[in-house]
Design a protein around this ligand. Sequence first.
Ligand SMILES: [Zn+2]
Length: 147
Amino acid sequence: MLRISSPFGDRFHPILKDDKGKPLKKFHNGIDLIGDEKYVMLNTDKILGFSVDKDDINGNKIRVHLHGGYLLIICHLEYISKHIVEALKSTDKGVSLKKLNEPLFLGKMGTTGRSTGIHYHISIYRIKDSKYLNPDPTYKNLLTFEV
Ligand SMILES: [Zn+2]
């Protein structure tokens, strides 16, 4: 079973410190999940497209563009599914990924980027007002997880 190791909202950051050396209070724009289910699959047909990225903070990051103006964002993955990476390189820009008949493998739980341990970070972002929403429990309607 996955469980939330860090909820959405204000928290003391696990790594960053303020100028007095105390943990920095910082808004957590998603939830962190830990547990044995190391493989994450997308399980919705409300998909407009994908983008993938890697940086020092978020590590391997995948963004799923959803109908209705939302982004589903997953960070710190050990790797992103080859199927998605290859499809994004191809000329159809991942169009072939949009029609899902079964859950689509997204990637493996990891600790890339600024992270203290193996976990998923999941955010849901509303584009019209640039707002992060609490992904719990909505993420359960979009994602499934496997050991
Ligand atoms: Zn997080």
